[in-house]
Design a protein around this ligand. Sequence first.
Ligand code: HEM
Ligand SMILES: *[C@@H]1O[C@H](CO)[C@@H](O)[C@H](O)[C@H]1NC(C)=O
Length: 323
Amino acid sequence: MAASLRFAVAVTWALVLATTACQGLEVGYYKKTCPRVEHIVRDEVKKFVYKDAGLGAGLVRMLFHDCFVQGCDGSVLLDPTPANPQPEKLSPPNFPSLRGFEVIDAAKDAVEQACPGTVSCADIVAFAARDAAYFLSRLTMKIDMPAGRLDGRVSSASDALNNLPPPTFNITDLIGSFAAKGLDAEDMVVLSGAHTIGRSHCSSFVPDRLAVPSDISAWFANLLRRRCPANPTPANDPTVNQDVFTPNALDNQYYKNVIAHKVLFTSDAALLTTPATAKMVQDNANIPGWWEGKFKKAFVKMSQVEVKTGRQGETRKHCRIVN
Ligand code: HEM
Ligand SMILES: *[C@@H]1O[C@H](CO)[C@@H](O)[C@H](O)[C@H]1NC(C)=O
């Protein structure tokens, strides 16, 4: 082989290996280095979620908000510092609504006791979100969560604003925002099913959705008008459950709510506005087990968005501070 060709072959292999290494998350990644990590995280999540199911909803949302901004790298966990006063967690999509940070802190503390300096905060977020889904689904949603994510060092509020879809998005914009993360329209529809748990602040849908005319069911709109001020402010911004029927159950009720026009956001209602996504909504609502199977796959896919490996990241000692 000519030297130049050998070189080309070597470079090609290096690229192939580097590419696979980047996507190289593995189920059981800590089997040798921290065999009990997944039990430890699950026990912490269980304690908190059985006391307050809302924290479980917060953790499921936290994985989404981590992954869409700088990839799944724990960047959403970083606290403000003098050098970086506006991290992701202070951005409007996250502050003050994103919750569950104390669960991640507790899990990290427990994991550090068992295996110091071994498990990334990004992996703890993914494990904790997976476990929250398990408990809120009444132990039915079992997901093998691959791991091996490293923690990022960059966290900026404007990044969060630019990458997280707002609740006013229409179907075109929603599909575009997920496509930018390598997720397709079906992933978007299936992952939106997470709006079957947790809550929303009134400011996230008033006045957008309570103006007349609106496609929202009259009964549901009236219920929301009774709970929400006409002009929510930070000082007066109550919350309402996303799913009025089974608020703490991770189930397919969300899709029945979409069909019945009993959902909070324009982005939820938007799923009915194209034939393709409307069909997905129908299937998720009507075929037993259909959504659950799809959700598990899409959740794992989302958990692998732009993950960092090798020199792109670190294993943080404290989840709120870079090393
Ligand atoms: C499709 C685009 C999405 C939009 C526009 C969106 C928007 C929102 C908004 C505005 C809230 C309410 C925040 C508040 O005011 O308290 C919310 C809550 C929530 N979202 Fe989404 N979301 C989307 C996708 C997702 C995905 C992919 C997941 C996870 C797989 C998710 C999980 C949740 C959960 C669990 C809550 C409740 C959080 C709590 O109770 O603390 N969302 N979402
Ligand atoms: C969706 O909203 C964008 C503006 O954000 C607009 O340009 C586009 O035409 C809208 N698409 C639909 C299908 O309404």
